[in-house]
Design a protein around this ligand. Structure first.
Ligand code: 4AD
Ligand code: MG
Length: 428
């Protein structure tokens, strides 16, 4: 049987009735004549009270913060209680008495992440994880409703997709292997038979720089579509983001409120078409905002922070110079630019999606593999795909943790992930 949740009983309909709720002690105040306990479950909190002379009063006094209990009693309307309701406790079962809880207000980030396993109980963390759950659900939902097949690729791979500098090398019996940075190359093989495909899976990057938006293991939602060009894939990305944001606004209103998330930009994202800018215009905009970039400069976390800080809508940054992007992007205008797009989230967050149109011509692909200094032997099977009825196709990868970070307006990507993995952290 399902447990009863606080949010489902904290209403007029249940007032005056006997209820039973499981939960944890969010806080407790003990006086000579009463004990006030704030009970917490995944759905919210509820004040519970017991008075001296009640049969449960002694047991209530044994409770400590984060102890786990089953509370029974009559629910009463009471203006003085948070949320307007209170339980007068008549029955109490104690599952576990908590030792002094180490996490208090004002702890620093490092301490909190060292104690992520118990800090996880905090209401703010819970709210973020609920938003995260909606984000994942919405991504699956979007693709399923748009005739996509869900399909998987291996995590052990033999070559890089996104450049060698962030490859995690591992021992694979007597050979060298790597952890996958992206499903893309396999997706391009599978797209010829299934035409519209997606996956949601972890990707790995040996990110040596310490920034607010890089993990070594992140969740990657990727899609690949046959017979689609750059414009088509951009439209699909925009629809996906709008769908996710719409669902979060609908389902997680309380969570966003608890996180003090001002929802103006999220609502704007739903209502207006996203901005579109070619690379050169992005550089111009960056310089108008005080940066001193030359055409050809790469955009990292700091630059994108400045570029998007004042925006109230996501922006597609398109058609980058060929030197700035991996080998697989389709070149245009005599190999000067490529048909790529990065989707930059507003409010200083920057890139959440990377995607574009792929090279479909064999000779162009071989030339780009060579120019990028890659070992062709690892890509023979990928080149093969251009030999047998090659088609135009496009795809993208969405960093799901980054999307959660932006939607919740978090100061660092680590807050968006249950147990984050970074350059410095692999524990707990
Ligand atoms: O821009 P990226 O590197 O593109 C690709 O991997 C393509 N092969 C995807 C595709 O076309 N199928 O990565 C895609 C997205 C980025 O925009 C970013 O949101 C996220 O993945 N990402 C990371 N998120 C957290 N930590 C990291 N170290 C990330 N690296 C990329
Ligand atoms: Mg990228």
């Amino acid at each position: 049987m399902m447990d009863t949740w606080i949010k489902d009983v904290k209403n007029r309909e249940h007032a005056g009735k006997h209820i039973a709720l499981k939960g944890f002690v969010n806080s407790i105040r003990k006086g000579k004549n009463n004990v006030f306990l704030i009970l917490r479950d995944p759905s919210g909190t509820l004040q519970c009270v017991s008075h001296a002379g009640d049969p449960v009063f002694a047991d209530m006094n044994r409770l400590t913060r984060e102890s786990s209990v089953l509370v029974e009693g009559i629910l009463n309307e009471d203006e003085r209680a948070e949320g307007g309701y209170e339980v007068k406790v008549s029955g109490l079962k104690i599952y576990g008495i908590a030792e002094p809880f180490p996490i208090k207000k004002g702890h620093k980030k490092v301490f909190l992440f060292d104690n992520r396993h118990i800090w996880f109980r905090s209401r703010k963390v819970t709210a973020i994880m609920k938003v995260r759950s909606t984000v994942f659900e919405s991504i699956h939902d979007f693709f399923k409703h748009n005739d996509f097949y869900e399909i998987q690729s291996p995590s052990f791979v033999s070559g890089s997709v996104e450049g060698g500098s962030t490859l995690f090398q591992i021992e694979y019996f007597d050979k060298k292997a790597y952890l996958s940075q992206s499903w893309q190359l396999y997706a391009e093989a599978m797209v010829d038979s299934l035409w519209r495909i997606y996956t949601v899976a972890p990707s790995f990057r040996a990110e040596k720089s310490k920034t607010w938006r890089h993990l070594t293991e992140f969740w990657h939602a990727e899609a690949e579509v046959a017979f689609m060009d750059l414009d088509g894939i951009i439209k699909l990305e925009e629809e996906l983001i709008k769908h996710v944001v719409r669902n979060v606004l609908e389902k997680n209103e309380d969570d966003l409120k608890l996180l003090n998330r001002d929802t103006y930009v999220l609502k704007n994202t739903l209502e207006k078409p996203f901005l579109r800018m070619d690379y050169e215009s992005v550089i111009d905009m960056a310089n108008q905002n005080g940066l001193k970039l030359e055409y050809g400069a790469d955009l990292g976390s700091d630059e994108e922070r400045v570029i998007t800080q004042k925006l109230d809508l996501p922006v597609f940054a398109m058609r980058y110079p060929i030197e700035l992007k991996p080998f697989y992007h389709k070149p245009e205008d005599d190999f000067k630019h490529v048909l790529c797009n990065d989707l930059l989230a507003p409010e200083g967050y920057g890139e959440i999606i990377g995607g574009g149109q792929r090279i479909d011509d064999k000779d162009t692909l071989i030339r780009r593999i060579k120019e990028c200094g890659l070992d062709r032997s690892a890509y023979e099977w990928y080149i093969d795909l251009r030999k047998y009825g090659s088609i135009p196709h496009s795809g993208f990868g969405l960093g799901v943790d980054r999307l959660v970070m932006w939607i919740c307006k978090l100061p660092h990507i680590m807050y968006a992930v249950p147990f984050p993995r970074t350059l410095r952290r692999i524990n707990p």
